[in-house]
Write a protein that binds this ligand. Structure first.
Ligand SMILES: [Zn+2]
Length: 244
């Protein structure tokens, strides 16, 4: 059973933040911060509350640093803007957008600029839909290529043949249904770096062999991506930029 309560931590700038206290069947305690700035400290079931408060207080510097890191990532965020002279992000690169009125809808990406030909140049929702379709098709080709790169690792495990689905998701990069081999990837992932995309696809594929996030899951992952921890951190920053 888990019991949850909060501790309100005063920060140096005079504001305060809630730290979620999660009591679990664990021996050690640890703290994490999510890209949406939720701070969670996980502690053993019966640990004295004053020790928990002390632990949180002693990590104030780390908490402030982490909050600032995610806030900065959010500020750096230049969201896709589908207007003439606006920009969009693909594979961690920024491209300028040009929009042309046309009787035929098409999008041409020449490696430098995104040229959107549209029947409704003044309808922002229409343009967004048109662009999302284009992005999804491009992402699909790219994700498939990465999936095929990692697939040989999984062939000996007798797992179902993976099928990729792409959706614009709000709070996660991907998910996997090990029984059907269905891997759902976030459309926004295609805006992140190649290394981040490799990680998410390898992570989801690994779930075909190991469910959950236990030690054997990460041992497996590490074997094929030794620097995966750095990439996870990079993905958290990307999440603050692209998802929240
Ligand atoms: Zn997972």
């Amino acid at each position: 059973m888990e019991r949850i309560n909060y501790y309100t931590l005063r920060l140096s700038d005079g504001t305060s933040t809630d730290v979620l206290i999660e009591r679990k069947k664990i021996k050690n305690y640890y703290m994490k911060i999510l890209p949406d700035l939720t701070i969670i400290v996980s502690v053993p079931l019966r640990l004295d509350i004053n020790i928990i408060y002390k632990f949180i207080d002693s990590h104030k510097k780390w908490i402030e640093k982490s909050i600032n890191k995610f806030k900065k990532a959010k500020q750096d965020n230049i969201k896709d803007t589908l207007i003439n002279g606006g920009t969009v992000k693909i594979l961690d690169n920024q491209y300028i957008v040009y929009i042309y009125s046309s009787n035929e809808n098409k999008i041409i990406f020449d490696g430098f600029t995104i040229n959107i030909y549209s029947k409704k140049v003044n309808d922002a929702n229409y343009l967004q839909k048109q662009y999302n379709e284009f992005l999804k098709a491009e992402a699909y080709e790219y994700f498939k290529k990465i999936l095929n790169k990692y697939l040989p690792i999984f062939q000996k495990y007798n797992v179902p043949k993976p099928v990729i689905k792409i959706k614009p998701l709000k709070s996660k990069w991907g998910s996997c249904r090990p029984n059907t081999g269905e891997i759902t990837l976030n459309l926004h992932l295609y805006k992140a770096s190649a290394q981040c995309i490799d990680y998410v696809i390898l992570h989801e594929l690994t779930h075909l062999v190991h469910s959950g996030h236990k030690k054997r899951f990460y041992n497996f992952l590490e074997k094929y991506m030794p620097n995966y921890r750095e990439t996870e951190k990079q993905l958290d920053t990307e999440a603050a930029r692209l998802l929240y």
